[in-house]
Design a protein around this ligand. Structure first.
Ligand code: 5GP
Length: 206
């Protein structure tokens, strides 16, 4: 069966879980991908580039985009808005790409509702809460108050871990990357309901 449309891989997990490092490790092994760039109202951090890590906008601009129905999903995370624009996602899917989202549990819920038939969802977490705290403190890109907020958020997010199809405990980066690579490659084989119906019709005609 020719599978022309793309698929979606949702990655969630607390900041400090190692999502970016894992993605960097596997990105060259998983075929054509589009890594979705979210729009956010949070302040830009040192080392981040507008249009690469996020599109950084103010709240007024973000709310305008909500009104114009431009988001596939959006959510308030750590007091800032984050959203996924629909247009580039549609384009990438029509080009047969694997679309990768780094979004929170609220975003996963929305994407599952809208694109569940072609979505694989993965929650990535450090082995323990104390390990998460250690990693966030070592990263030291954020003030203590921000770290504390992220830790509280992580405690809440872990309560919704059962909403995900897969969980990767990122204890050993290489082993975790092996698991994620496998899931990313498998994610491509998810077929949309439309494609299945089309296939069945053609199959019966032969
Ligand atoms: P950070 O500020 O550390 O880059 O991201 C904070 C949180 O926001 C992370 O859990 C990340 O997955 C989530 N996030 C980033 N972009 C989006 C988005 O477009 N939608 C949703 N729902 N969450 C997002």
């Amino acid at each position: 069966m020719s599978h022309i449309n793309g698929a979606v891989l949702v990655l969630s997990g607390p900041s400090g879980a190692g999502k970016s490092s894992l993605i960097n490790k596997i990105i060259n092994d998983i075929g054509e991908c589009y890594f979705s760039i979210s729009t956010t109202t949070r302040p830009i951090r040192d080392g981040e580039v507008d249009g690469v890590h996020y599109y950084f906008v103010d709240e007024e601009e973000f709310k305008k985009e909500i009104e114009e129905d431009q988001f596939l999903e959006y959510a308030l995370v750590h007091g800032n808005y984050y959203g996924t624009s629909l247009k580039p996602v549609k384009k990438a899917l029509s080009e047969g790409k694997l679309v990768i989202f780094d979004i929170d549990v609220q975003g996963n819920h929305s994407v599952m509702n809208r694109l569940g038939d072609i979505t694989t969802s993965v929650f990535i977490t450090p082995p323990t809460l104390s390990e998460l705290k250690r990693r966030l403190e070592h990263r030291s890109t954020d003030a203590q108050e921000v770290i504390d907020r992220r830790v509280e958020m992580a405690k809440r997010e872990i309560q919704r871990i059962s909403e995900y199809e897969y969980v990767i405990i990122n204890d050993d980066l290489d082993k975790a990357a092996d698991k994620l690579r496998l899931l990313a490659l498998t994610a491509r084989y998810k077929i949309s309901n439309d494609e299945i119906n089309e296939f069945v019709q053609k199959w019966e005609d032969l």
